[in-house]
Design a protein around this ligand. Structure first.
Ligand code: 8YV
Length: 324
């Protein structure tokens, strides 16, 4: 009997192709909406493995209802939607898709930094509103990035690429803060480790690349923004839950910080009347970090290969819980 796999959204076809070629029976949920928890549990009753997306909330109750699952392979690098401790209790390996989306996501961070520093989204809106009338010598001036200090919160794969982009393009000095020092990344990027308060105090651009965890949730709040330069730009392409959006709006309105570039918001989707969308020094994108053909194809391939490798060798390529 072939093992049955459920894929919870239509993703690049390579995932289904690889799994089918490897002898699995694949069901793809073709609805446009994310499945409800009940729909997901019902669909999984006859399945052995789940290929999930970040939009599926896999909490303890889910794992209690689906303890028959043999593996969960997520089409995303982030896995804050999954109660990994609960999965581990039921001896279910959970995998993610690191590396394949790092270039694409770093590009969005880099692009947002430039867009904010030159108020690009706002200036574009002025044209749409018929407000481009004449050359303005003193209006809507941005600032230059050359020689500025980039602060990275979470120097992993994506943060390292962002650091390299910024040193290569603008000769920026790079400082970073992680829970633990990343000596390999320091060597690769020339980044200097600093404590969290120094990161806040010294960054001209502060870019978040960490996972959302109990420790990072709401970390960029009123208190943190108050320690930043009033000329600083805050960039978040990781998870909206790492910043407090009400505090961010206030910090921008009070000019506690200068600007912000967000690819992730809190909540998602952001409501169209959110004040951030109307601020000159803010650029917001709808969570498109991994939205390139290359990254999404790589994610689909790796998510499928994790399942294939698990059933062939007992070991998935990129598990996030230990023991697998
Ligand atoms: C995905 C992401 O778009 O990989 C991640 O962690 O945030 C994005 O690449 C999304 O989570 C798809 O599941």
């Amino acid at each position: 009997m072939p093992k049955k796999i459920l894929i919870t959204r239509v993703i690049p076809a390579i995932a289904e192709e690889l799994l089918t070629q490897a002898g699995f029976e694949v069901t793809v949920w073709r609805g446009n909406q994310v499945m409800t928890k009940d729909e997901l549990i019902e669909q999984l009753l006859p399945c052995h493995a789940l290929l999930s997306l970040g939009s599926n909330k896999l909490d303890r109750a889910f794992f209690e209802a689906c303890k028959h699952l043999e593996i969960v392979s997520q089409f995303a690098v982030g896995f804050d939607n999954i109660d990994v401790a609960a999965a581990s209790e039921f001896k279910i390996p959970v995998c993610n898709t690191p590396d394949v989306l790092s270039e694409a996501t770093a590009d969005v961070a880099f692009g947002l930094m430039i867009a904010v520093s030159r108020k690009m989204f706002y200036n574009h809106k002025l044209i749409l509103q018929g407000e481009w009338k004449q050359f303005e010598p003193l209006k809507n001036l941005g600032f230059e990035l050359t020689g500025k200090t980039l602060g990275i919160f979470g120097l992993g794969r994506i943060g390292s690429i962002m650091a390299q982009r910024c040193t290569g393009a603008y000769g920026m000095k790079v400082i970073y803060h992680n829970r633990n020092r990343n000596l390999a990344a320091e060597k690769e990027t020339g980044a200097h480790y600093v404590d969290f308060d120094t990161l806040l105090r010294e960054s001209d651009v502060l870019s978040v690349h960490s996972a959302l965890t109990a420790q990072t949730k709401n970390l960029f709040n009123k208190e943190a923004f108050a320690k930043m330069k009033n000329t600083a730009v805050f960039i978040n392409t990781a998870r909206g839950g790492v910043h407090n959006e009400i505090d961010l709006i206030e910090a921008l309105q009070n000019q506690t910080i200068w600007g912000a570039g967000l690819d992730v918001t809190n909540p998602e989707p952001m409501h169209a009347n959110n004040p951030l969308l109307h601020m000159p020094n803010v650029a917001v994108l709808p969570h498109i970090g991994s939205a390139t053909v290359e990254a999404r194809t790589g994610m689909a391939r790796l998510a499928a290969e994790n399942i294939i490798s698990f059933y062939k060798t007992g070991k998935p390529h990129t598990p996030v819980n230990s023991g697998f």
